[in-house]
Design a protein around this ligand. Structure first.
Ligand SMILES: C[S@@+](CC[C@H](N)C(=O)[O-])C[C@H]1O[C@@H](n2cnc3c(N)ncnc32)[C@H](O)[C@@H]1O
Length: 234
């Protein structure tokens, strides 16, 4: 048995327990209405294990500033590229009133019912999970079908961090954002821990051309940083 097969086997054995504890944690989170600060703290420290681990790799002040800006839009529909462990999805699910569409290369089906339970009790927000490569035309068509003519208030691009990848995501998906809405990018600072994190190369062009805002916790930091583009009101 390979290491990966062993990992999968033990994950599957622990799955019912992890599921039980993850839903219990989610019920605790949903016990009362949460402030934006609390929502961000929960997204960063939710915990749980295996398929049900919720986590986000964000700087607290950066993601809180973005969360505040998105909340001000009173969003109905949010589109996210890059679900990973569902940390930012947990945040967006508390803000959107109608739908969050979240996309990832990874197959999210094992935890689908859990991620779809993220919106607060009584919310009409639906969470739609799409697995596949965001750069394919067929994948874009799936997103368009889900939107069904609606525009997103907010698009969060946190998927492929190469210059080519992030540029493709912006070029392909910005048309789905309404005038006055927001497109945000993660990992915009120039100094990055991985050579494949190249969002800065797109970001430095965008900030010359568009109405932008940056949230950077520490100007000397390596990695992170959130950049926000306001889609012009026509
Ligand atoms: C940094 S993580 C996202 C983190 C998440 N937004 C959060 O903070 O909670 C990036 C994710 O993007 C996904 N990804 C990378 N390239 C992608 C692509 N071309 N299409 C869809 N998802 C992609 C990866 O599988 C990974 O799970």
């Amino acid at each position: 048995m390979t290491k990966e097969q062993y990992r999968k086997l033990t994950r599957n054995i622990r799955k019912p327990f992890n599921r039980y504890f993850a839903f219990r944690r989610l019920r605790k989170f949903h016990e009362r209405r949460r402030s934006l600060e609390e929502i961000v703290q929960w997204a960063m420290n939710f915990g749980s294990s295996g398929y049900y681990r919720v986590r986000t790799s964000q700087m607290p002040s950066e993601i809180l500033s973005l969360t505040r800006a998105v909340a001000e839009l009173k969003p109905e529909v949010i589109l996210e590229i890059g679900t990973a462990r569902g940390g930012t999805l947990l945040i967006w699910s508390q803000l959107a009133t109608k739908q969050v569409i979240t996309c990832d290369l990874e197959d999210l089906s094992e935890k689908e019912s859990f991620l779809q339970s993220f919106p607060p009790p009584g919310s009409a927000c639906r969470v739609t999970l799409l697995s596949g490569d965001s750069h394919g035309q067929a994948f874009k068509d799936r997103v368009a079908r889900q939107l069904d003519g609606k525009k997103a208030d907010f698009l969060f691009i946190d998927g492929d961090h190469t210059e080519k990848g992030v540029t493709a995501d912006y070029a392909m998906y910005r048309e789905f954002v309404r005038p006055g809405g927001i497109v945000a990018f993660h990992d915009i600072v120039e100094s990055q821990p991985f050579a494949t994190n190249q969002v800065y190369n797109l970001w430095k062009r965008l900030r010359l051309e568009q109405q932008t805002e940056e949230f950077i916790q520490d100007p000397g930091q390596s990695g992170f940083g959130i950049g926000m583009v306001r889609v012009p009101l026509k």
